[in-house]
Ligand binder design. Structure first.
Ligand code: PLP
Length: 410
C-alpha cells in the first residue's frame, strides 16, 4: 500500500492543515506519476495533430492516438474500431442519445432507465423522448437498493426499444443485474446502454461477456486525466448511426452541398483529438493492470467492509442501500440525523477528510429515497484502513460538534 500511495503525489498535500484523506474518488480519482509522466512525455516528444500531417512527428502522434485506442479496446475486450474517444461519460451517452436514440426511436417506443441514473444517463433520454414521442419507463430498486427480477420482467417488455442503466450507482454503489437486463432486453429486440462510469474503476468491464450494445466511462474516474472519455459501441450499430458532431476529420469527402462520412470510429471523432488525454488514459489502464483486478477488489472490499461495519455502529447514521459489501463497489452514501449533509462534509473537511455532499446528480433517486441530499464517501486503490478509521472517528463527533449533546449520547 505504501508503494501505491507513493505513486500519487497529490496525496501528500494538506487539507485544512491536516494530512489529506481523499475519500471523494467517485467524483474523480487522483493521478499516479505513471499517468503524469506519460502525458508529459507525449507533449515533450510526440505532440502534433494526429491524422493531419505527413511528417514523422505527426505520424508519431497518430500512432499514440491509435495505440491508445487499441489499449482501451483490449481493456474492454472490444475491437479498436468499436472504441470512440469522447470527453467523458456524459458526451458518450449524449452521442448514443443523439445518433441512435433520435434516429431509431419513435412514438410509443419505450426507453427503460433506473430511477438511480446519474443525470448524464437520464437528461439525454428525456430529450430523446420529447423529440421522438418515446416514453420513459423507470425501474425502481427494492428497499435494499437492488433491482429485482420481478421489476425487470414487468418493465422490460415488447414495447422496450432501449434500456440505459448505470452498472454501479454513484449513490448506492450497488451493481445492477446486467445479465438479466441484457437477456430480457435482447429477447425483446431492445439495445442495452451501460453507464460504466462507476464500475470501470473497480471491476473488469468485458463488453463481450456482458453482451451490452453500448458502454461508456470516463478516464478521470479511473486514475486517468480529465477530458478523456470512452464510448464502446457494437460495430454493426455504430455503422448504421449518423455522426453526432460534424467537422474536420470525420468526413470521407466534402462538397459544397453535401458530404460523405468516414468509417467508424472516425465518423464519431470530429475535430482535433485529446491525444495527451488518450495517452494518459492508456497509462492509467496499464497502471490498474499492473496492480491487478484481484488485488484491487480485495483491497477495496476490505475498506468497504470496515466502513459499512463502522457506520452501522454509529447511532443516528442512516446508510442508503444494502449493508453487505458483496454487491457494493467503491461508494457508500449516508446521512446523519438532523445534520445537513453539507454540514457533515464541512465538519469532516476540518479534519482533512474530503467527501461529497449533495444530490450527486441523481435527483430522481433522492426523491425516491425521500431525501434532498446525502453524504457520499468513496474509495480508491490508495485509501487505507487507517483513513477509514479516521473518517469514522470524525463522523462520530459530528452531532456533538453540531450541538446535539455529548459524544456519549451519540
Ligand atoms: N454516470 C455516473 C454513474 C457517474 O457517476 C458520473 C459522474 O459522476 C457520470 C455518469 C458522468 O461522468 P462525467 O462527469 O465524467 O461525464
Amino acid at each position: 500500500m505504501k508503494m501505491i500511495r507513493d505513486d500519487f503525489p497529490i496525496l501528500t498535500v494538506t487539507e485544512n492543515d491536516k494530512p489529506l484523506i481523499y475519500l471523494d474518488n467517485a467524483a474523480t480519482t487522483s493521478k499516479p506519476l505513471q499517468v503524469l509522466r506519460a502525458v508529459e512525455a507525449y507533449y515533450r516528444h510526440d505532440n502534433a495533430n494526429p491524422h493531419r500531417g505527413v511528417y514523422e512527428l505527426a505520424a508519431r502522434a497518430t500512432k499514440a492516438h491509435e495505440d491508445s485506442r487499441t489499449k482501451v479496446a483490449e481493456f474492454l475486450n472490444a475491437s479498436p474500431d468499436e472504441i470512440i474517444f469522447t470527453q467523458n461519460t456524459t458526451e458518450s451517452l449524449n452521442l448514443i442519445a443523439y445518433s441512435y436514440g433520435m434516429e431509431f426511436l419513435g412514438e410509443g417506443d419505450e426507453i427503460v432507465l433506473s430511477v438511480a441514473e446519474h443525470h448524464s444517463n437520464l437528461v439525454p433520454w428525456q430529450r430523446v423522448a420529447k423529440r421522438t414521442g418515446a416514453k420513459l419507463v423507470y425501474l425502481y430498486p427494492d428497499s435494499k437498493g437492488h433491482l429485482t427480477e420481478e421489476e425487470l420482467n414487468q418493465k422490460i417488455t415488447s414495447r422496450t426499444r432501449l434500456v440505459a442503466v448505470g452498472h454501479v450507482s454513484n449513490v448506492l454503489g450497488i451493481e445492477i443485474p446486467v445479465s438479466s437486463i441484457v437477456r430480457l432486453a435482447h429477447q425483446n429486440g431492445a439495445v442495452v446502454v451501460l453507464d460504466c462510469a462507476q464500475s470501470a474503476p473497480h471491476m473488469q468491464v468485458d463488453v463481450k461477456r456482458l453482451d451490452v450494445d453500448f458502454a461508456a466511462f470516463s478516464g478521470h474516474k479511473l486514475y486517468g486525466p480529465m477530458g478523456i472519455g470512452v464510448l464502446y459501441g457494437r460495430k454493426e450499430l455504430l455503422e448504421k448511426m449518423p455522426p453526432f458532431l460534424t467537422g474536420g476529420d470525420m468526413i470521407g469527402s466534402v462538397h459544397e452541398q453535401n458530404s460523405t462520412y468516414a468509417e467508424v470510429p472516425r465518423r464519431f471523432e470530429a475535430g482535433t483529438r485529446n491525444v495527451g488525454g488518450e495517452v494518459g488514459l492508456a497509462a492509467a489502464i496499464d497502471y490498474l493492470q499492473s496492480i491487478g483486478w484481484e488485488n484491487i477488489k480485495a483491497h477495496e472490499r476490505e475498506l468497504m467492509t470496515r466502513a459499512l461495519e463502522g457506520l452501522a455502529k454509529i447511532p443516528h447514521v442512516t446508510v442508503y442501500g444494502d449493508l453487505s459489501p458483496d454487491k457494493r463497489h467503491g461508494v457508500i452514501s449516508f446521512n446523519v440525523e438532523d445534520v445537513h449533509p453539507h454540514d457533515t462534509a464541512t465538519l469532516l473537511d476540518a479534519d482533512g477528510i474530503t467527501v461529497r455532499a449533495g444530490h450527486h446528480c441523481a435527483q430522481p433517486l433522492m426523491e425516491y429515497l425521500k431525501i434532498n441530499a446525502c453524504v457520499r464517501v468513496s474509495f480508491a486503490v490508495y485509501n487505507t484502513a487507517e483513513e477509514v478509521e479516521a473518517f469514522l472517528n470524525s463522523l462520530r463527533q459530528v452531532r456533538r460538534w453540531m450541538g446535539f449533546g455529548s459524544e456519549s449520547t451519540l
